[in-house]
Write a protein that binds this ligand. Structure first.
Ligand SMILES: *[C@@H]1O[C@H](CO)[C@@H](O)[C@H](O)[C@H]1NC(C)=O
Ligand SMILES: *[C@@H]1O[C@H](CO)[C@@H](O)[C@H](O)[C@H]1NC(C)=O
Ligand SMILES: [Mn+2]
Length: 379
């Protein structure tokens, strides 16, 4: 008797459920979550974050690598993938890094990116930030692939910027193994000359190609542990460069460290942070590069493997994601002319996507530094 009303109750519920009217599909579609958003209807765009083809931070895709003569939408800061990983000495897989980082950035969008720390939204500060997709790189020949990447950097940085005051667009490369930074530095040299490099990494990456590569061949000597030696040799970087987060062993304490100095670098070890805190690291980095144009390269293995397991040559005892982000954001005011986040190999990530989330946020901070300090190029 007591339960006789129950079926009727279920029936009412079922009828109500059937009465839900869904909006027409066209009504909820939006071509791209990005610019042109009406702030009043930002929530509409936010509901689209996980739909569609992934671009970095749901930014508009621009065909920056279009052929001569084709009209290309203007931009100021270009995010470009470099899917290359055949220069690694340990675990491969970073060729999938660019799309891994895009996947890790799906929560982000210009309509939902005001910082609780600064109150600013780096995507809406008067600089047009776009995703150019990936440089097309062969996976069968390192020399050819790096030439393709050199070309991609030249093409993307040679376009006229959207902001009429600053003629040259700046590029943030999503790696790819660390060899890809060499092409980026060749590209920045054309517009800004030799630059100081702030190199976040657990490894030095200034190895003499005769040491790392075994003197096997000239070709083998160009890899993710020698690219900074080569950049120095080519005159692309200044002797006011600096590593941060170093902790991996060297093969010859005398030669490797002396050679590193000769390539223009000072070293901040990972454990220095324990003594000075993040502010001490920020001060030291800023002091070192003062007065010069700066390129920041972030090897995700600067983070401890507990924060970034998905990388080629993981080293324990690294920094936390929060520490790295605090240090990066603390560099505001430097003249950042190019940057990258590299060595992200999504295959080794966990179901929580720890590494790609971190890498996406690192790129966000790098964009913030560029927006904070516009830089005029030579041309
Ligand atoms: C691009 O340039 C145009 C023309 O100067 C300007 O109206 C627009 O706001 C710029 N776009 C962004 C995203 O800054
Ligand atoms: C660094 O380079 C500058 C000019 O390129 C030079 O004058 C200076 O002596 C160099 N310093 C060191 C320590 O090599
Ligand atoms: Mn590296």
């Amino acid at each position: 008797m007591l339960f006789s009303w129950l079926p009727a109750c279920f029936l009412v519920g079922a009828v109500l459920a059937r009465e839900i009217t869904f909006p027409p599909v066209a009504g909820i579609q939006h071509p791209i979550v990005g610019y042109g958003v009406d702030q009043d209807t930002a929530s509409l765009d936010i509901s689209q974050l996980m739909s569609g083809i992934a671009t970095y931070a749901n930014l508009p895709y621009v065909h920056c690598l279009a052929n001569d003569g084709e009209e290309v939408e203007k931009y100021d800061i270009a995010v470009m993938g470099a899917p290359f990983d055949t220069g690694v000495t340990a675990r491969p897989g970073a060729r999938f890094g660019p799309n891994g980082i895009r996947q890790g950035s799906r929560r982000m969008a210009p309509a939902f990116s005001w910082s609780v720390y600064t109150g600013k939204n780096v995507f809406l500060e008067g600089f047009k930030v776009v995703d150019c997709g990936d440089a097309p790189l062969t996976f069968l020949d390192n020399t050819v692939a790096l030439k393709q990447l050199d070309k991609a950097h030249k093409v993307v940085s040679a376009r006229t910027a959207n902001n009429t005051e600053y003629s040259t667009p700046r590029i943030i490369t999503l790696g790819g193994d660390h060899t890809t930074t060499l092409s980026a530095l060749r590209g920045t040299y054309d517009h800004w000359g030799a630059v100081s490099v702030i190199h976040f990494d657990s490894h030095l990456d200034t190895w003499d190609p005769d040491v790392l590569g075994g003197g096997l061949s000239h070709y083998a000597g160009v890899n993710h542990g020698t690219f900074l030696h080569i950049a120095h040799e080519e005159g692309l970087i200044k002797n006011t460069s600096i590593h941060a987060g170093i902790r991996a062993p060297v093969s010859n304490p005398k030669y490797d460290l002396k050679h590193d100095k000769a390539c223009g670098f000072n070293i901040i070890t990972a454990r220095e942070l324990d003594k000075t805190g993040t502010q001490g690291i920020i001060d030291k980095l800023k002091e070192r590069v003062a007065g010069s144009k700066v390129y920041i390269s972030v090897d995700i293995d600067v983070l401890d493997p507990s924060y970034a397991p998905a990388t080629g040559t993981a080293e324990v005892g690294g920094w936390t994601t929060r520490e790295l982000l605090t240090i990066l954001d603390g560099l505001e005011g430097i003249e950042l002319i190019g940057a990258d986040v590299v060595e992200v190999a999504p295959i080794y990530d966990n179901p929580g996507e720890t590494t790609v989330l971190a890498a996406a946020e690192v790129a966000h901070s790098l964009i913030g530094l560029m927006v904070e300090k516009p830089v005029k190029s030579h041309g």
